[in-house]
Write a protein that binds this ligand. Structure first.
Ligand SMILES: [Zn+2]
Ligand SMILES: [Zn+2]
Length: 119
């Protein structure tokens, strides 16, 4: 099954044909700041399963050595993150994907760093 994904302005679009395996909900301070929200939703994808249809405005920010957070420079939407030491993996930002179904596994990461009042 192929799913489509788009940023807020539509300048960054891709199609993803992989299975919906692991989703990581990360509450760490970097992810909160990168997303402006309580946590990040990272959908693990094989880089070979992601086909960009539009990426002219895609930019990458190196948030720590060898780790890059990609965003759309048109609207600021986070798009994915990737690491030099895991070249086959993209961590897609779940909010961009149309009709994301329940994944096989949900992993909550750095929960103790997140807001303690959030259920
Ligand atoms: Zn955009
Ligand atoms: Zn994080």
């Amino acid at each position: 099954m192929t799913r489509s994904a788009s940023c807020l302005c539509g300048a960054t679009r891709y199609r993803w044909s992989g299975p919906v395996g692991e989703v990581v909900l990360c509450h760490c301070g970097q992810c909160r700041r990168a997303n402006g929200g309580a946590f990040n939703v990272a959908v693990l994808a094989d880089v070979a399963d992601v086909r960009f249809e539009a990426r002219d405005r895609l930019r990458e920010y190196e948030s720590s050595p060898g780790k890059y957070r990609a965003f759309c420079s048109g609207c600021g939407a986070p798009v994915y993150s990737r690491r030099d030491d895991l070249p086959d993996v993209l961590r897609l930002r779940g909010g961009l994907i149309d009709d994301l179904p329940a994944p096989r596994e949900v992993i909550v990461s750095h929960r103790a760093d997140g807001w303690d009042w959030l259920d």
